[in-house]
Design a protein around this ligand. Structure first.
Ligand code: PLP
Length: 371
């Protein structure tokens, strides 16, 4: 039924914010048999330890509700091993059904009608519907210049003038790769203690600048970091993500979720993935090598592009982007069309996988672009 149609009988109405919001839609279907350079996922799959753990799952794990304390500890140990200045406690870590669920929970816990969300544009698409479902006002400041610089002065000004409830920073930013220095984010948070600063660090492994090594969540309680096992560890299909922050803030965010929202398979897989950090590190290193390789090709062939932080880049084909997207798809390669995204309307976003995968993309791209 079209939403404009009148219901045939008196259906209960959803909240007006829900009726008015634009749902987030992603082209998820029919991707299995392609080279998937469209969602910035890990392109080679998880560590063999993950598959082994899932294959050996005990039937108890299926019939009993999951438990989470062990995983909270494992995440804490994993992060504390990265040489951070202020070691974390388990209660500073929240476990969610993917970072998307964490984002949704943050908005539910903190935002109400007419509160302001301050963010940037273009950025990750799920922040907007989460703000809309709470009836928030959205102020999205554009990245600046040819290199899509973070609009720092305007953000400072907007923080001062608008007193936003939430500041959402994607660092590196999806899709522009723009990186904000960790010191800048810390200072913004310290200067604006009444704003909850959410730093989406999904892509920090790929030449980002994480705030985690420096932050003390006791003295800067208004900053929350988001991390996921989707993009590096290859667990996108299992849905597992984390919030890291002040224990009180993490507790508030967790209150708005169900008690067993993350299933036992995801928990098992996360344990195994965290045990094999070497696998994750090798994958990151391979992506960075592949990024250097494709960057050289783009530059030497004078292809219009933008490549910065993150495991993705933007490319502006000479032919219509829709046409090139369709040609690549015919060759079994998926990329993401940036149609409708401000500033990058005619570009394609291409995820970076292994060097062999980038070669496959490049051969197909050049064949169609130079036709
Ligand atoms: C910036 C950003 N944040 C969050 C997500 C969602 O991550 P997850 O798979 O953990 O829900 C994505 C996925 O594309 C993303 O690009």
């Amino acid at each position: 039924m079209e939403s404009s149609e009148k219901p045939p009988f008196n259906l209960p109405q959803p909240r007006s914010e829900v009726e008015e919001m634009k749902p987030y839609k992603a082209p998820l279907e029919g991707r299995r048999n392609h080279l998937r350079l469209d969602f910035n996922e890990n392109t080679i799959g998880p560590s063999p330890l993950v598959l082994e753990a899932l294959k050996n799952i005990d039937s108890n794990e299926i019939s009993i509700y999951p438990e989470y304390n062990g995983l909270q500890n494992a995440v804490k140990n994993n992060l504390n091993n990265t040489g951070i200045k202020h070691p974390l406690n388990p209660d500073q870590i929240g476990i969610f059904n993917g970072v998307d669920a964490a984002i949704n929970a943050i908005f539910h816990a903190y935002a109400q009608r007419d509160d302001q969300l301050l963010t940037t544009t273009p950025t990750f698409g799920y922040y907007t519907p989460c703000a809309q479902m709470q009836g928030m006002r959205i102020v999205a400041l554009p990245y600046e210049g040819k290199n899509f610089q973070f609009p720092l002065n305007k953000i400072r000004e907007a923080l001062k003038m608008g007193k936003p409830k939430l500041l959402l920073l994607c660092n590196p930013n999806n899709p522009t790769g723009s990186v904000i220095s960790a010191d800048v984010i810390l200072k913004l948070s310290e200067d604006n203690p009444n704003t909850l600063v959410v730093v989406d660090e999904l892509y920090e492994s790929f030449d980002g600048d994480s705030v985690l090594p420096k932050i003390n969540f006791n003295s800067t309680p208004n900053l929350v970091i988001l991390r996921s096992l989707s993009k590096t560890a290859g667990l996108a299909g299992l849905r597992i993500g984390f919030t890291i922050g002040n224990s009180r803030v993490i507790d508030y965010i967790k209150r708005v979720t169900g008690p067993y929202d993350i299933n036992s398979f995801a928990v098992k897989a996360a344990f195994a993935a965290l045990k094999d950090q070497a696998y994750i590190d090798d994958y990151k290193a391979e992506v960075l090598r592949a990024r250097d390789w494709i960057k050289d090709e783009l530059i030497s062939n004078r292809v219009e592009h933008h490549i910065a932080g993150g495991n993705y880049f933007l490319i502006w084909p000479k032919r219509e982007s829709d046409e090139i997207e369709a040609c690549l798809k015919n060759d079994g390669i998926l990329v993401r069309n940036m149609r409708g995204k401000p500033l990058i309307e005619k570009s394609l976003r291409v995820s970076i996988g292994t060097q062999t995968q980038m070669q496959q993309f490049w051969d197909s791209y050049m064949k169609h672009e130079c036709k």
